[in-house]
Write a protein that binds this ligand. Sequence first.
Ligand SMILES: Nc1ncnc2c1ncn2[C@@H]1O[C@H](COP(=O)(O)OP(=O)(O)OP(=O)(O)O)[C@@H](O)[C@H]1O
Ligand SMILES: [Mg+2]
Length: 252
Amino acid sequence: MALLEVKDLSIHFGGVKAVDSIDFSWDAGKVYSVIGPNGAGKTTLFNMITGLYKPSRGEVYLDGQSMAGKSPHVLAQMGMARTFQNLQIFMNMGALENVMVGAHLRLDRSVMKGLFAWPRLRRADQALREEAADWMDFVGLKSAVSARAHSLPYGALKRLEIARALAMKPRLIFLDEPAAGLNATETEEVVALIRKIADSGMTVVLVEHDMKMVMSLSDRILVMDSGKKLAEGTAVEVRQNPAVIAAYLGGH
Ligand SMILES: Nc1ncnc2c1ncn2[C@@H]1O[C@H](COP(=O)(O)OP(=O)(O)OP(=O)(O)O)[C@@H](O)[C@H]1O
Ligand SMILES: [Mg+2]
């Protein structure tokens, strides 16, 4: 059975069909990319799958189970974590505390209630702290464990957001332009990090404009244009697709 299946997924804002009848069926343990020109509907697709936007039509299935009407919080607990195109970091908190938010979100409500019982709170907090520090190490931010978020450079904040998503121990991680605004060296580091995440068995869904990165990382690529699916296939298939070349790759 597919890990993530999307059927006829659509949303319109007034007259704009931002995502228009998208279908796909994706398996666990692979790297999928969603590409397409600005405004193609990539982020909107992520927003529907992760529960931020309610689809106008269509369905999302995780392990064959309908995700209709589930909140982002519940979907996160069911194994879908994400990062945002525009950083969503709590700048007034510590870097480590930002990652701890991810680990906290993973715990279900009954556990959270239990956490308020002293001294279990102390113990759980310490365990979450250590776990969050391990995720910071995983993304290459070991030296920033005691830093305030606002003191970190942009490239580190992008990786901090990935660490927070990883701390939710998701089955699927959605990365919306993780290399946007990064220099060549930082981009290389993010590519290596995504490989490491994929090697750990997590399913990765990537939205990126950096074609070199997309082509080198992806098992399969979904190409969107004006809300519609233009093509889906391997890097080689997509690169050779005349419709893709005309609508997207040729334009860059
Ligand atoms: N909340 C919203 N209200 C109205 N229109 C929206 C909303 N969210 C997205 N849109 C519109 O939906 C379309 C798709 O936008 P989306 O952000 O998904 O594109 P994208 O493929 O992620 O583009 P980019 O590569 O620039 O990030 C655009 O026309 C956008 O203006
Ligand atoms: Mg976007």
